[in-house]
Design a protein. Sequence first.
Length: 180
Amino acid sequence: MMRLAMDARKLNDATVAEGQAKPAQALRLVQRQARLTVLLSLGLGLGLALLGCSETIIKHGHQFQENDLQSITSGMSQEQVRTTLGTPTTTATVGGGSAYYYISSTTGQTAFFKEVEKDRKVLAVYFNQLGSVDRVAHYGIKDGKVFNFAKQKTSTPSRDEGIIKALFRNLGAKQFGTGD
């Protein structure tokens, strides 16, 4: 503000000396510049405030790629799978064998609101009784149903149907009574 006042005095002195403007005109020019500065500052502040309201995407768990599916082949041991993909999120006994489940989820959060889960994927590696890979499945949600992306079809009832459904149970549902 001090600078604007000094600019007004300089402008006033210069214009009066040249006889081109009156002090009132110089004052109006300085006031116009001050209003413009205030409006630009408000616009910048509003822009920064709105920027803080943009959604933040947060990824949790094992963020696997398509080549992760291709790197697991039938006959690999459990140790080889752990070396390739890392420690599974959870394990289960399925039929006579076992399974490793690698779970990833994507959530979004806007400003100070609670996170909302947008997507959840499960990479399931099934082992036979000897401990070698039997098959690999990549589950997700498509049209509200559990979908096997590896086979490109909706999953059919299987030995681990209860486990897969439990992994996807609360996707997109509001959580009541959580105390948050």
